[in-house]
Design a protein around this ligand. Structure first.
Ligand code: CA
Length: 229
């Protein structure tokens, strides 16, 4: 279990068109346990953030398609995702600060990966306590994100969580949950549901230790509570 808040894994988007730099950042971030998505085309960033908002974006300014500044402005129209701008010139920072783009930090090339990682930790530490909206399920892709991190659920785990999320506070029996999980009415035991719930809890716990979202109701089944999450 991760006890240090700063080490909670996060989904981080690296927007950088220089392959070597992108790979360097990706390697350091992955070594710290983060999930990294690399994008090298400026035009692909806004749609990607709309589809699944990361916990942080490292955003190069000089990009093909659309500059980091334009991207930053557009993202701020609908998102408060933390953004760290990467500029090639140290003297550029004062000008960028003056533009008030809503970026959270700036880093200059050439940068030391250690310095980038320190700043990434500082930004991630400021992540707010999860709100109800911190849990996002996408029924089209079968991906569930909690606090911006992909929970990496199996399809069955996704459907179980989807069922509970559809009616927070409602208690579902194991039978009801099983009917939702399997279309083919296969015979499964109560323990099947229990083991799926256990796996989902473990995956949630990896993102936010001690989070209690799925509650067991003795003799009945399970319910999901988002209060206080
Ligand atoms: Ca560039």
């Amino acid at each position: 279990m991760l006890s240090n808040d700063a080490l909670r894994p996060a989904r981080i988007m690296v927007v950088e068109d220089e392959p070597k730099l992108a790979a360097l950042l990706r390697d350091y971030l992955q070594a710290a346990g983060h999930h990294v998505e690399c994008i090298d085309d400026g035009l692909a960033v806004v749609p990607a953030v709309r589809a699944a908002e990361p916990a942080l974006i490292l955003l190069d300014i000089m990009l093909p398609g659309m500059t980091g500044l334009e991207i930053c402005r557009e993202l701020r129209l609908f998102s408060e995702v933390p953004i760290m701008l990467i500029t090639a010139r140290v003297e550029e920072v004062d000008r960028l600060l003056g533009l008030d783009l809503g970026a959270d930090d700036y880093i200059c090339k050439p940068f030391s990966p250690r310095e980038v990682m320190a700043r990434v930790r500082a930004i991630l530490r400021r992540r707010p306590v999860q709100s109800a909206s911190a849990l996002q399920l996408d029924a089209h892709t079968y991906r569930a994100h909690f606090a911006g991190v992909d929970l990496d659920l199996t399809p069955v785990e996704f459907r179980l969580l989807q069922c509970l999320v559809a009616a927070p506070g409602r208690v579902f029996s194991r039978d009801q949950l099983m009917n939702h999980l399997y279309d083919d009415h296969r015979v499964v035991t109560d323990r099947t549901v229990d083991s799926h719930v256990k796996n989902i809890r473990r995956k949630l716990d990896q993102v936010s230790e001690g989070v209690e979202m799925i509650h067991s109701i003795y003799g009945v089944g399970y319910k999901l509570e988002l209060n206080g999450i």
